[in-house]
Design a protein around this ligand. Sequence first.
Ligand code: DLL
Length: 433
Amino acid sequence: MIYNEEYETMPRQALEALQLKRLQKQIARVYATVPYYAGKMDEAGVTPADIKTLADIQKLPFTTKEDLRKNYPFGLFTVPMEEVVRIHASSGTTGQPTVVGYTKKDIKMWAELMARSLNAAGAHAKDTIHNAYGYGLFTGGLGAHYGAEELGATVVPISGGNSKRQIMLMKDFKSTVLLCTPSYALNLAETMVDMGVDPKDLALKVGVFGAEPWSENMREEIQAKLGIKAIDIYGLSEIIGPGVAVECIEEQKGLHIMEDHFLAEIVDPDTFAPLALGEKGELVFTTLTKEAFPVIRYRTKDFSRIITTPCSCGRSFYKMEKVTGRSDDMMIIRGVNVFPSQIEHVLMSIEGVEPHYLIIVDRKGNLDTLEVQVEVSEAIFSDEIKQLENLTKRIQTEIKDLLGVSCKATLVEPKTIQRSEGKAQRVIDKRKI
Ligand code: DLL
């Protein structure tokens, strides 16, 4: 089902006309209300009147996390604080968190985008939605919550953690939709096995997972273990939170971007030159309607490409390819660029290997070292030593073949790698400690 037919199926030409109208209004407002943005535009020699076509957006300067940091906490807000009804912030593992604000209208718009997203994932008003995204400063919990209510569904605002209780409640409440990070979904699947709960005893039919990269192999693993359809949802707090783009249940391939509210571009991650539709690069978003905290050409650091092929679900919004990693996830190991997703891809394609792993990068003398600790199933772990050695060798060879970097694979016992309750921490780079 399509939540908002009028916008989600809008013919391309009308959609682009709407985008342009909204973009012009947004730029004029930002220029008039945020001295920092006005200063950057003056420096670039561009005024709101220069935005005559959608392509003119390329004249505007980018916004980066650094700009947000410089204006910490509220410097980029366009409205007085009495109009701001909510604040969220990124976890900010290093230094200051990134702070974002919403007016009443922003919250309403976000709720609609999340309702659309849940609907695209196959959720309806009659569903019971178990929301295990973290509540609090993280946008996942409350963002999804308001969307589920807007949809008219019954929300269980459980937040993350205490997995056994989560499973008991999902079972008792006959929850049909699960919302959490993909790594937490796996954690829940494993806890079910420990508790002797068969996923078939639950009423779950679909999961809407996001907030971290997850591979196609991981999707298959989750679908098989929980017996549900796993839908990818993407978003980031700087743009609004979850609900920037979502897969439809019809195709589960590519995420429809909410283009009536966000303008997406793809740029070369090194030169920042705009790339053509279909080319892979860094995703850049401009918010078209946000009031309290609009962002202009925000460089997300996420890699994707725009897919323009029409979708069988009927939505006219272009899609973005599943995000497999961020430029700042990239590790340089002995001069080779390595993404955690590449290692996950290798591990998940080997039978007997569990989807729980930890990548440890270190430096011995002048040489970078790469170790991959991965859990293997109980049955494999109790295998002959020879078989374990063979599996270790296979992982090492496949990683070397794919990445061109040798690594040490360490098979560890089931349940030794720390489980996630939100975004998984899968890399320890000791060179940075
Ligand atoms: O993670 C918002 C969110 C909550 C999205 C719940 C989906 C579900 P941040 O904490 O600001 O916001 O983190 C944003 O997480 O730039 C991506 O690198 C990553 N990310 C989010 N969704 C996906 C996804 C939320 N579906 C950052 N696939 C983004 C891959 C994702 N990466």
